[in-house]
Write a protein that binds this ligand. Structure first.
Ligand SMILES: *[C@@H]1O[C@H](CO)[C@@H](O)[C@H](O)[C@H]1NC(C)=O
Ligand SMILES: *[C@@H]1O[C@H](CO)[C@@H](O)[C@H](O)[C@H]1NC(C)=O
Ligand SMILES: *[C@@H]1O[C@H](CO)[C@@H](O)[C@H](O)[C@H]1NC(C)=O
Ligand SMILES: *[C@@H]1O[C@H](CO)[C@@H](O)[C@H](O)[C@H]1NC(C)=O
Length: 387
């Protein structure tokens, strides 16, 4: 096309410049956008075309001897008799870090209070905190340094007071979360294999214990096996951007998609699954440090797949409302508000206000408003409004 530059007027000039600006902006963003879109498309194709992940299983299988480096850490705190001789409905293991004492105390006096659960819900639930070793002397927090005794001393004191901490001698860090996962399944196998269900949760998760207990009692009476529930991630691609917290190199994991797994913030498995996962862990290379993905790899190796439960929020946070409390199981990202939330969510008023025809209609309307708005990704899905 022939362009006569003299004939370009002011308006066209502005149009041309705007176009150039927009194009360059798009090109700047394209690489990121492109990476995300392309990696998800590839990942989904891989997930749904060849979804048994046999290659993953085969290439991560190592000898029992080699796998022992991931579990053979010395126990610094342990309670081998915690479950002995009791009919445990649920063993709840909370992943925590040495410095999170406030969070542990909040859990102990709200949803993780074993005495309360026994007295009010009539079942035995064991709640234990799982952690690694604190950093060495130079790196420990100032409050611990000032007091003159080491960080580990503080943890031992806390454990003497509450008797609910399990700790192994590996550095407690984000990149060692898979070691913490392995610790949980090894400990369960050794000390609490008869628990009907095992749950693992973050220390900033709120668990609606009465709802969870009644759900699990129901599942127990049906004799469920091969049971694994939570917020399911299907066909998730490994993140290859080096600046991401979840970056995984090709050497560590070379495929386009992870096997299905549940968000690590909180999920429940039945006792038989806990045992199978333990067995898988004995022969898998656990250097992949994203613990919930590694759980997915173990489950895949023993033929267990996760089921979605719409009231497990995964990484998301539930809206604050009575109509939500009536059905919620877990919600993520609660620290300061945990006492108030526990109070509000377990109040007898919740059941009164949400029952009956009028109560149910009202709640459907409220939940539709709270959960079905556009861009509402980070909480329960919209279909939870109609369940
Ligand atoms: C746990 O609950 C019991 C009984 O409801 C109560 O007496 C006790 O103070 C609670 N524990 C904590 C740490 O709040
Ligand atoms: C994991 O723990 C081991 C054993 O304490 C330690 O040597 C290693 O540096 C830790 N890894 C990370 C990434 O923190
Ligand atoms: C486990 O995988 C890592 C790569 O993520 C590799 O460097 C290591 O050699 C593997 N271990 C064994 C025992 O094969
Ligand atoms: C995974 O590998 C193990 C050991 O090679 C094998 O026993 C198991 O059957 C495999 N699982 C699947 C689902 O292929």
């Amino acid at each position: 096309m022939f362009v006569n530059f003299r004939r370009i007027n002011k308006r066209q000039c502005v149009q041309l410049m705007t176009t150039c600006l927009v194009l360059s902006l798009v090109m700047l963003c394209w690489e990121q956008l492109d990476n995300r879109v392309v990696s998800h498309v590839k990942s989904y194709s891989y997930r749904y075309l060849s979804n048994r992940f046999v290659y993953v299983n085969r290439s991560l299988t190592i000898s029992r001897q080699q796998a022992r480096v991931f579990s053979d850490f010395r126990y610094l705190l342990d309670h081998p008799d915690k479950c002995a001789g009791q009919d445990v409905l649920l063993l709840l293991l909370v992943k925590t870090s040495p410095e999170n004492i406030e969070r542990r105390n909040a859990i102990r006096s709200t949803w993780g209070n074993e005495t309360y659960i026994q007295n009010h819900l009539g079942v035995t639930v064991k709640v234990l905190f799982v952690l690694g070793a604190p950093p060495t002397k130079e790196e420990e927090p100032s409050w611990s340094k000032r007091s003159g005794v080491g960080f580990q001393e503080h943890l031992a004191d806390e454990d003497r007071l509450h008797g609910d901490m399990i700790q192994q001698d590996f550095l407690d860090s984000f990149h060692n979360l898979t070691l913490k996962l392995i610790l949980q399944f090894h400990w369960t196998h050794r000390c609490c294999a008869h628990a009907r269900f095992l749950m693992t949760a973050d220390d900033d998760v709120f668990v609606h214990m009465p709802n969870l207990v009644s759900y699990l009692q129901d599942a127990k009476s049906k004799g469920v096996t091969d049971f694994w529930i939570g917020r399911v991630h299907r066909g998730a691609p490994p993140i290859r951007r080096k600046d991401s917290k979840y970056y995984v190199s090709f050497e560590m994991y070379q495929w386009l998609s992870y096997p299905d797994y549940t968000a690590g913030a909180g999920y429940v498995v039945s006792g038989d699954v806990a045992d199978k996962i333990y067995q898988a862990m004995l022969t898998l290379n656990a250097s992949l440090y994203i613990d919930d993905v590694f759980m997915g790899i173990c489950a895949n190796a023993v033929g267990v797949s996760p089921q979605e439960h719409i009231f497990f929020s995964g990484e998301g946070k539930a809206p604050y409302h009575q109509c939500i409390y009536d059905q919620m199981m877990t919600s993520h990202g609660h620290v300061e508000d945990i006492y108030d939330l526990w109070e509000a969510a377990t109040s007898p008023r919740v059941k009164q206000r949400t029952s009956g025809l009028v109560g149910r209609l009202y709640c459907t309307a409220v939940k539709t408003y709270l959960l079905c708005r556009p861009y509402n990704f980070n909480t329960y899905p919209c279909k939870a409004a109609y369940s």
